[in-house]
Design a protein around this ligand. Sequence first.
Ligand code: UFG
Length: 328
Amino acid sequence: MILVVGGAGYIGSHLVKELVKSEKVIILDNFSTGFRSLIDSNAILIEGNLGDEKVLSHIFSNYAIQAVMHFAANSLVGESVQNPYKYYENNVCATVTLLNTMLKYNIKNFIFSSTAATYGIPKVEFIDEDQPTSPINPYGRSKLMVENILEDFSKAYGLNYIVLRYFNAAGAHESGEIGESHNPETHLIPIILQHLLGQREKISVFGTDYATPDGTCIRDYIHVTDLAEAHIKALYALIDGKKQTGVYNLGNGKGYSVKEVIETCEKVTGKSANIEYANRRPGDPAHLIASSAKIYKELGWKAERNLEQIIESAWKWHQKMVAIHDKN
Ligand code: UFG
């Protein structure tokens, strides 16, 4: 049985949908940012906090947990600058309690959701895992702190772990049943699609004077189902003893500017966008593109879905959300 902490969130729920095909799954979530509608009916749900030792002890003493997968983090860069306490409390302190309680029950396999934000401002076009980590905001720092803690816990207590550094997760499950839901929404692709559905008046492009070919920021967008598949490969690498530790980037290896993403959304939906060119958003690096060569070499994973497929799946999901909203 696998414990998925944060299984009601955007990425956690997509992982659960794939994982229930081969494993029994238990979800721990406090619904602070997750949604009940994203919970897979094949999984057991326990409502609670990841830093609550009592709830964790209950789970670890009642279920034979082989591994823990941790998706329950706060992940908004801007919010982390405004309210760093929230990020260090939840992303670091609560995670340490989770790890410590796991070890008390001799549970030693851990998959951790980390981020490209650990790299800060990259010095190279394609970022591989050997690039220095130098985060520029509390969110990225909170994730890097846990990465360092994992390294120390592994050496001292024999914890096995794999860290997955996501680039820009996007898209929705092919079933159309689950997709990206955040409140408030700050991510580019959902914002564009909500605008094209008439839910927002315009799209603001944050910064047009970056050192990129069209002046807007370049990101590496990765389909959430590709992410889920990478987690499953990482999970079995730990469970089967193929790996004791590992740090891997998860991206497509292809960068798209904000303008290119808007154009692709227009192409996929057949609608045209009302664009406002605005100031830069603080904390945005000009470009973030992954090299995912290491995980391909070591675990045989690579992204299978391109930007158009990401947007097509997200479009299907957002149209469905509007239909549900209109019915209610
Ligand atoms: N952007 C706009 N207008 C918007 C929203 C976003 O121009 O309305 C731009 C941003 O400035 C950025 C790009 O679109 O240049 C992508 O922005 P997102 O907010 O979609 O994603 P981020 O790159 O800021 O962040 C995401 C995750 C973080 C993670 C980071 C790592 O949300 O948690 O990827 O790459 F740290």
